[in-house]
Design a protein around this ligand. Structure first.
Ligand SMILES: [Zn+2]
Length: 112
């Protein structure tokens, strides 16, 4: 079991905090040492988006999530409670600003 399959049917359970790590452990995969895993534990992704996101290196994910422009705060903020969808081949993250709770979004361009 090398691939982690994400299915929409049970994503609510799947993405509960801690379950992702449990799945990794069940799959015999190394659990990332970085504590940044916690920021990925709640989002809901469509299946194609989850596959794209899975290919993004952890360090890049951390950078992306912590540098989302917020129009209200007028600076880069951390995106929280985000969802992932695929739009025209790019990964679109939509969530809320960690500081003002306003809506923020980030497009991650994917090289096909
Ligand atoms: Zn903000």
């Amino acid at each position: 079991m090398k691939n982690i399959t994400l299915k929409a049917g049970n994503e609510q359970n799947f993405f509960h905090r801690g379950k992702v790590l449990a799945r990794l452990a069940d799959a015999g995969q190394p659990i990332p040492i970085e504590r940044t895993v916690s920021i990925e534990s709640l989002p809901k992704f469509t299946e194609p988006a989850a596959k794209l996101w899975a290919n993004v290196p952890a360090a890049i994910k951390k950078q992306l999530l912590a540098n989302v422009w917020c129009g209200k705060c007028r600076h880069g903020v951390t995106i929280t409670n985000f969802t992932g969808t695929v739009n025209a081949g790019d990964l679109l993250l939509v969530g809320v600003c960690a500081e003002c709770r306003g809506d923020v979004a980030r497009v991650i361009e994917m090289d096909a």
